[in-house]
Design a protein around this ligand. Structure first.
Ligand code: COA
Length: 252
């Protein structure tokens, strides 16, 4: 079915959609869909072909943005179909007030894209309260030096480098993990919050998890727990982070 859809997109000389891969994470139950895409093969008619509505703001944007938005919404559509095919067949994922995706009732989800890859993670809301995904190309060494102190403190960076991660991998991982946390918590916080609000406090390399801790002040202000486990995958040239879970039941 997906191969057929991908072939249909080859009307352009360069196919827009490449390999599509979907799986359910055994640890969390989260459905992941990842798809390679090629912006050079993008044309606006692909929106109709793939059954994705083009919002006005996207129609006004440059083709590169139209292409990445389409790839993100395409993987979102596939992920929703994985979750419940009959329910979400023609469902569109809208755009919220701060670019946050608007999921159908009963669904929690998140989208990320880099140059040639789009990823989406979804789950049923009854099973999960928050979910954020981020995929990030390894940050070049020069950029690392420029942004290191904005993204993380020296202690956070040392926590990772002390376990053998290079400066680039360490900073990209902290950056990506915090972005996944931002996306996971945005629906609860409903406002922008920066990298200084969370601290990387524990790295378990074998489990591929990084624990992020919110500042006491920020957590109390929004009635949130302080600790979040981010699950990461280290690729050769990219890092993927997923922060997801359930909030604890309130104690009466
Ligand atoms: C919003 C932000 C996280 C997006 O990350 P990015 O690296 O630019 O881009 P990505 O491809 O990974 O993710 C983009 C997708 O994130 C999603 N997204 C954007 N804003 C969002 C928000 N407020 N809440 C949830 N998801 C959001 C969207 O689906 C978007 O894709 P789309 O516009 O095509 O739908 C980033 O631009 C940002 O503002 N970061 C600073 C905030 C932060 O990370 N703080 C750290 C807190 S510890």
């Amino acid at each position: 079915m997906r191969d057929a859809a991908a072939k249909k997109m080859s009307v352009n000389e360069r196919p827009f959609v490449g390999t599509v891969h979907s799986e359910t994470d055994a640890r969390t139950g989260v459905r992941h869909v990842r798809c390679e895409f090629d912006s050079a093969g993008y044309q606006a008619t692909l929106y109709a072909e793939l059954g994705i509505a083009m919002p006005e703001a996207i129609a006004r944007s440059v083709p590169k943005r139209q292409a990445e938005f389409l790839a993100g919404r395409y993987v979102a559509r596939l992920a929703l179909q994985d979750l419940a095919p009959a329910h979400y067949r023609d469902m569109q994922v809208g755009i919220g007030e701060q670019r946050n995706p608007l999921w159908p009732d009963g669904v929690v989800g998140s989208i990320s894209h880099m140059d040639r890859v789009a990823v989406c993670a979804v789950n049923h809301r009854v099973d999960m309260d928050y979910l954020g995904i981020d995929v990030e190309a390894l940050i070049p060494a020069r950029v690392c030096r420029e942004i290191a102190t904005i993204v993380a403190t020296r202690q956070e960076r040392e926590l990772l480098s002390n376990q053998g991660l290079s400066e680039r991998v360490a900073l990209t991982l902290i950056f990506s993990a915090k972005e996944s946390l931002f996306k996971a918590l945005y629906p609860s916080v409903r406002d922008y919050f920066g990298f200084e609000v969370a601290e990387a406090v524990e790295l378990r390399l074998e489990e591929q998890t990084l624990v992020l801790r919110l500042t006491e002040h920020f957590a109390a202000k929004h009635g949130l727990p302080r600790d979040y486990v981010c699950q990461f995958t280290l690729g050769e040239k990219w890092i993927q982070s997923v922060t997801c879970g359930k909030f604890p039941e309130p104690v009466c």
